[in-house]
Every structure is written in structure tokens, then in C-alpha cells.
Design a protein around this ligand. Structure first.
Ligand SMILES: O=C(O)CCC(=O)C1=CC=C[C@@H](O)[C@@H]1C(=O)O
Ligand SMILES: [Mg+2]
Length: 331
């Protein structure tokens, strides 16, 4: 009989508090790393509910992870499978990654191309873009300041860097009037290089209307996580953004990716501010399922350290399981 075992490590790492997660500043990131072992084979996953975005807390996720692993062990001894569909999204995602990795079904290679993320200072983005090899895609948060300022900045970048494509993210913050104000400042000849704006308006209907009025492409992010969401092609809808920690199991994410591709939409694998461990796993998922799309994973620099697995070329220190950032969870 194959011997099964599992371990859970809780981590807590400091973050740069300047990151704006809607209305809240996150100073510290909490999560779990889970190891599942079956005989010689082992797989790992990260479970890190994101405050303000996830419904579940880290405590709830930890409790459910312990219960699921115990039930899984019993089910396996009867040679049965145990579904993850009823679990919290972060738990379903992390555990499905561990199982998939254990089965050797996750490619080792990662898609480490990034779309540099700009939270405010345009000069920083210029420097990063200069060093970017290949396709130049950057992402700018909009909707934090005046809409006309956002429009001016987007237009300025598109003017200054002729091969630049922009992803923008408004997190549903604009009224139709503000969205129109933004568009007014982006010259019509620049608009096609906005690859998409994620969720410009407060409602999907207003966002679609904005896209129809301006010809600027949009993407669903928050909408993807609504209970009744269906992947449906719409005029000017370019992409869906998939944040696996907020969506659920790898199987569920892959179903969404396949549906998006069938409808001619781009599927963008994106970060929910995981540690370097989770981000490298997301890069592998992106490589496997969306190899031609730059994923949205440029969030590592918000952290003070990397955990266990390093992101290529990151200069952040790497902390191992025996470091101060981890404690083993008693099961
Ligand atoms: O998608 C990316 O390129 C990076 C991730 C990212 O932008 C986000 C991650 C998590 C919360 C948000 O503030 C933001 C988003 O809304 O997409
Ligand atoms: Mg978004």
C-alpha cells in the first residue's frame, strides 16, 4: 500500500503597504503552503485568501484544508476520489495544484514574461519598459485619481512608446460620465493599443456600453467571479482575467480558459498577490494553458521576501521553510 502524508505550513510575510487593494492597505500577507505526499511522489500548493477579495478568511481556509486532507486520506484508502468543488476557491486551487503537481501533470517550465504593473509613477514604468524584452505590455491601475488624468497618462504612454500595448484596470470604479471623460483624452488612433480595460464601469452593462461608444476593448475580472458567470463573447470584449486563488480548482480554471478560447477571447492568468511560491506555479499554469498570452503576475515586488521557490532574476531574499516566516500547522 502507498503511504500517504501531508503537511501544512503557515506563512506570514511583510508587504510594502503602498499597494492599494481597493480601500485598504495590506501590510502583511498570510497564507499556507501544503505538501501532499504519496509514496515517493510529492506535490505542493499555496492557499492564500486575499483580504477584501476572497470570501473566506485564512482561519477558515486553514480549517477546511485540514478537514479536506483528512477526508481525502480516508477516501484514498477506499480507493475513492474526493471532490474539491465544495471547497473555498483558495483551498480548492491550492489543493488541486498540489495534487496535479504530485501526479507530474504540471509543466516545469514557466511563462515568466510580465506585464509591468504601474500604480502611480509613470517614470518608474518608463524604466521598466526600457528593459522589457519582446512584446511590450504594461498594466496601469486607473480610477484612483481623476478620470481625465488617467486618460492623459494612458495617451502619453501610447504616444511615447509606439510598440506599447496597455492593459488598464478600473476595478468597476467609473460612472459612465467618468469613463467617457477618460476616453476623451485617449486619441482615437491610440485606442486599439489598449489591449483592454478591466471592468471600467460599476456594472457590466455600462462597461459594454462604454466599449461600444468608444471602441476601447474591455475585459472581465470581477464579473468572472460572479456566481452566474458564463463565458460569452460580446462586442469589444477582448479577454477574461482569471485569478485562480479567487476562482477555484485548477480544473475549474482550465474549463474557463477553454471556454474563453472557444469564444475567441484571451484568457489572462493573473495574480491574487500570492508569494513567489504561488506566482511561479501560476507562471507554470500560464505556460501550460495560455502559452501565447502574457500573464498578469507582476506583483512579487510588493513583498519583502520570496518563499521557497524563486522567481527568475528576482533580487528579493529567498526564505525557506525553517525561516522565521513559517510555522508548521499542527494537524
Ligand atoms: O493582473 C495583474 O496584472 C496583476 C494583478 C492585479 O492587478 C490585481 C491583483 C489583485 C487585486 C487587484 O488590485 C488587481 C486587479 O484587480 O486585477
Ligand atoms: Mg482587475
Amino acid at each position: 500500500m502507498t503511504e500517504r502524508s501531508y503537511k501544512i505550513y503557515r506563512y506570514q510575510i511583510p508587504m510594502d503597504s503602498q499597494v492599494v487593494l481597493r480601500n485598504r492597505f495590506l501590510k502583511q500577507r498570510d497564507g499556507l503552503l501544503v505538501k501532499i505526499q504519496c509514496g515517493e511522489k510529492q506535490g505542493w500548493g499555496e492557499i492564500a485568501p486575499l483580504p477584501e477579495f476572497s470570501q473566506e478568511t485564512i482561519e477558515q481556509a486553514q480549517q477546511q484544508t485540514i478537514e479536506w486532507l483528512k477526508a481525502w486520506d480516508q477516501a484514498r484508502s477506499r480507493n475513492e476520489k474526493l471532490s474539491l468543488e465544495e471547497c473555498y476557491p483558495s483551498v480548492a486551487f491550492g489543493l488541486s495544484c498540489a495534487l496535479t503537481e504530485m501526479q507530474g501533470q504540471l509543466t516545469e517550465q514557466g511563462n515568466f514574461k510580465t506585464a509591468p504593473l504601474c500604480y502611480g509613477d509613470p517614470d518608474e514604468l518608463y524604466d521598466e519598459l526600457d528593459q522589457l524584452p519582446g512584446e511590450k505590455i504594461a498594466k496601469i491601475k486607473v480610477g484612483l485619481y481623476e478620470a481625465n488624468r488617467d486618460g492623459l497618462i494612458a495617451d502619453m504612454f501610447l504616444e511615447a512608446v509606439p510598440d506599447l500595448k496597455l492593459r488598464l484596470d478600473a476595478n468597476r470604479s467609473w460612472t459612465p460620465a467618468k469613463a467617457a471623460m477618460f476616453a476623451k483624452y485617449v486619441k482615437p488612433e491610440h485606442r486599439s493599443r489598449i489591449q483592454f480595460i478591466e471592468e471600467p464601469c460599476k456594472t457590466p452593462a455600462d462597461s459594454l456600453q462604454f466599449a461600444a461608444d468608444t471602441g476601447i476593448a474591455i475585459a472581465w475580472d470581477e464579473t468572472v467571479r460572479e456566481a452566474d458567470f458564463q463565458v460569452t463573447a460580446q462586442p469589444h470584449l477582448a479577454a477574461i482575467v482569471i485569478k485562480p486563488t479567487l476562482v477555484g480548482s485548477l480544473e475549474k480554471c482550465v474549463r474557463l480558459i477553454e471556454q474563453a478560447h472557444q469564444q475567441g477571447l484571451i484568457a489572462v492568468i493573473s495574480s491574487s498577490i500570492e508569494s513567489s511560491f504561488g506566482l511561479t506555479q501560476l507562471a507554470r499554469i500560464a505556460q501550460q494553458y495560455t502559452p501565447n498570452t502574457t500573464p498578469g503576475l507582476d506583483t512579487l515586488d510588493l513583498m519583502k521576501v520570496q518563499l521557497v521557490r524563486a522567481w527568475p532574476n528576482s533580487t528579493l531574499p529567498l526564505a525557506e521553510l525553517d525561516s522565521e516566516y513559517f510555522s508548521e500547522v499542527a494537524i
